[in-house]
Write a protein that binds this ligand. Sequence first.
Ligand SMILES: O=C(O)[C@H](O)[C@@H](O)[C@@H](O)C(=O)NO
Ligand SMILES: [Mg+2]
Length: 382
Amino acid sequence: MIITDVSARVFRHKTRRHSDSAGHAHPGPEHEVEQGILTIRTEDGNEGHSFAPPEVMRPHVLDKFVRKVLIGQDHRDRERLWQDLAHWQRGSAAQLTDRTLAVVDCALWDLAGRTLGQPVYKLIGGYRDKVRAYGSIMCGDELEGGLATPDDYGRFAETLVARGYKGIKLHTWMPPVSWAPDVRMDLKACAAVREAVGPDISLMIDAFHWYSRTDALALGRGLEKLDFDWIEEPMDEQSMSSYRWLSDNLDIPVIGPESAAGKHWHRAEWITSGACDILRTGVNDVGGITPALKTLHLAEAFGMNCEVHGNTAMNLQVVAAVKNCRWYERGLLHPFLEYDDGFDYLNALSDPMDADGFVHVPDRPGLGEDINFDHIENNRVA
Ligand SMILES: O=C(O)[C@H](O)[C@@H](O)[C@@H](O)C(=O)NO
Ligand SMILES: [Mg+2]
């Protein structure tokens, strides 16, 4: 049970996903990128693993903070280990981030599951073994036949419904797209999708994240006419009062915060201030599975749903362990990419979806990732 080692490996894998200057993903030519895998090992030889960008588990962070908290401790004491790391953030000169807390917490949950031969959601307390997915479309682009026009979105939405999705979220056009942002174009894309899929598919938007209050209001009013289920991150989430103002002035549910710092503590303030109608959390956004569960349970106490941000095994395990979350966010999707091809460092998809749009939680232990360790060793860079 005692943790004896915490290590990071960095390896290369191939992908066609590229990040733009705002960090949003778009398709491009196949290239190699670096990925990190954190491994926590105990005295009896059991291991837990979690993936994250290499900088999140760089030597300085592991040496100065993570190893000092974990080594010699009982790996089952996840709550205390998480609290100890979270308390060290204040005095870490901003070097110990929520993303590092997340990868450590996820590796500890994976370790617990692999040690006991159980999936994480069963350790938490399972609620379901499959969950409806919404297709989360990439931000718009200027690629011919990609997501360059409202009709492109409409055509792609038709293919997603044919694949089985019963919900679709549009990330619309944002800079560095040359003419973005544009509320009218956002609404044209949303109208094209509603026209293409009909009234029975749930639709949501995740818009340009820095609209003014009046632009966000105009967008929301337009979406109400298209019967969208929620409006997400149309303004800077650091202005909670702007979201309270928007929620007061719109009928369409406002969801958030996704990217605002402050973990479950700040999300409690969003609830009590009336800044959102649906809460939002994400394993990477709040520092792990442990605080993501705290956020979901907080929302439940207020009679609210809380939607979980992002795909990947760790978010699926959390969604499978709660009732007050309608969807699993499956993406990001684009006409030029085949999401079901997965990654070359995993032997199987962590979020397989059936023809009815249900994602089935893998019955594998821990986070449920079928890791290709040969690929990792054969492509190591550190
Ligand atoms: O901002 C991004 O990187 C993407 O939009 C990403 O966070 C996306 O997954 C999202 O916002 N989902 O809600
Ligand atoms: Mg979002």
